[in-house]
Ligand binder design. Sequence first.
Ligand code: ADP
Length: 284
Amino acid sequence: MEIKFNNVSFSYNVKSPLEKEVLKDINIEIENGKITGLIGKSGSGKSTMVQLINALNFPTKGNLEVGTFIIDSKKRKIKKVNDLRVNIGLIFQFPEEQFFNMTVFDEISFGMKYFKFKTADIEKRVVNALKMVGLNKDYLYRNPFTLSSGEKRKVAIASILAYNPSIIILDEPTIGLDSISKKKLVELIRTLKNRYKKTIILVSHDVDLIHQISDKIIVINDGKVVLDGNKYDVFKHEAELKKYGIKLPKAIEFSNLVYKKTGKKIGYRDDINDILKDVYRNAR
Ligand code: ADP
């Protein structure tokens, strides 16, 4: 599913003394089947954008197209809003903190029950969702509170994948995970894109993660889109990014340093570990 913001502005507390415009004339396209990284300082408006996509709020001006749904400032209503929401999997920061069921099965099936899926389909979908995140059936009746942090995160993601949304929005997905769990999660996000053709929005402060797996990057600052393009182009705007409080990914910093010291340009790599492997191979 594609998402388009057409001249979208948004204010909290409209027509009150506290009125504050936090999104300003946003025009972006989030492409089907791609990973879009959304970055910007805290308070720049990222969560507010996500809440508009899910029709938790309506724009004050303009409209959004989410597949065939229109989220419009004038209409402020969507027929069959659950038909929209079942297509959007929102995975918040520390999703496992919201667990409240005593088995993995109940935790994963909760969303499907809410969306009124047929009981006969639920078990199969729970098992499939577990498989997608790399957990086997043995986990079905385990207590989710006793799992490792990486496993908990996987169960939280499985609870969204189970109802098969075409858009997946991950807010700081790797926060609090150790490096192995983080690596596995990166693989999972790539699989969701490549094998399951999901449209993915990645909201994160982790520029290394964003650089490693995004196709496209949108930078937001003080409610405005200030950079929008493929990752190779966006990270060329070093001075501008610095102005918006965004660091360069380590992989780019390292390439810049090598160029400065030796005059040599090293080949493009998304991941700092791949660069280090290159250096190791070539330095021996
Ligand atoms: P980000 O996700 O980039 O940190 P947010 O979208 O949460 O940014 O916030 C954008 C701006 O909107 C901030 O100035 C924040 O204080 C304000 N804001 C967020 N939620 C509310 C709310 N419910 N009521 C009033 N202002 C809000």
